[in-house]
Write a protein that binds this ligand. Structure first.
Ligand SMILES: [Zn+2]
Length: 239
């Protein structure tokens, strides 16, 4: 199956928090979107890898994603090294996306910047014909270079290069975020409080989306950065 957009994320829930609205927007427009989580989030304080896997599945359904897979790299310790690059490159060649959405270029969690550079490097390497790879059926994969890699914003505020209007998909994004019941504020939970389970975290998420949205005359927005200049075919493509 060929995808239009492939979301690469260090942990299950990164995609929802960083670009859940953008995923919902594009699936509603009929584009095929897949989510690839690098790790199972096994070092997370709350929940277990199994509960997060179940939550990730439910959330992908809410967002209308066609595919969600987990590469089972090591949470906290995976590196942007040749082994990980080949693992990610094979997935990119398998799904041949035009656009990659990747982790924030820097952030509080050390895996996010690593995830960002791993996604970027694998996207580049994937286009090199002399790197030969086989798919799961043992067939030779063709090289594939996505048109663009865009990095979503996560915990630290980053001045975005462009903002996507997600006003009509905010509710869906929050439904997907809240599918990760083990991770976010839940008064009934007896698990230890974490950075993201404090009630203020979801308020911050909304405030951030309101701020980005306000900047483009929308109710809610998600911000992205790109390593090269973003281009438009017409000035009227800009909001
Ligand atoms: Zn994360």
């Amino acid at each position: 199956m060929k995808l239009d957009i492939l979301v690469l994320a260090a942990h299950p829930d990164d995609a929802e928090l960083g670009c859940g609205g953008t995923i919902a927007l594009h699936t509603s427009l009929g584009h095929k979107v897949g989510i690839i989580d690098f790790t199972r989030g096994e070092l997370g304080t709350r929940g277990t890898p199994d509960t997060r896997e179940e939550e990730a599945k439910q959330s992908a359904d809410i967002l209308g994603a066609s595919v969600r897979e987990n590469l089972q790299l090591k949470d906290g310790f995976f590196q942007n090294d040749p082994v990980s690059q080949l693992t990610v490159l094979k997935v990119i060649r398998q799904y041949q996306p035009r656009i990659i959405l990747a982790n924030a270029i820097y952030d509080r969690h050390i895996d996010h910047a690593k995830g960002a550079s791993l996604a970027y490097d694998a996207s580049f390497l994937s286009g090199l014909a002399k790197i030969e790879t086989l798919d799961v059926h043992g067939r030779k994969q063709s090289p594939w270079r996505p048109d663009a890699v865009y990095h979503y914003v996560q915990s630290h505020f980053i001045l975005p290069d462009f903002v996507v209007d997600i006003s009509s998909h905010w509710e869906t994004k929050m439904k997907a975020v809240k599918a990760f019941k083990s991770q976010f504020f839940n008064p009934a939970s007896h698990e230890p409080e974490t950075y993201i389970s404090k009630p203020g975290f979801l308020k911050m998420l909304e405030a951030r989306a309101v701020e980005y949205g306000h900047a483009i005359g929308a109710t809610y927005g998600e911000g992205f950065t790109v390593r090269r200049f973003p281009g438009v075919s017409s000035l009227f493509d800009l909001k």
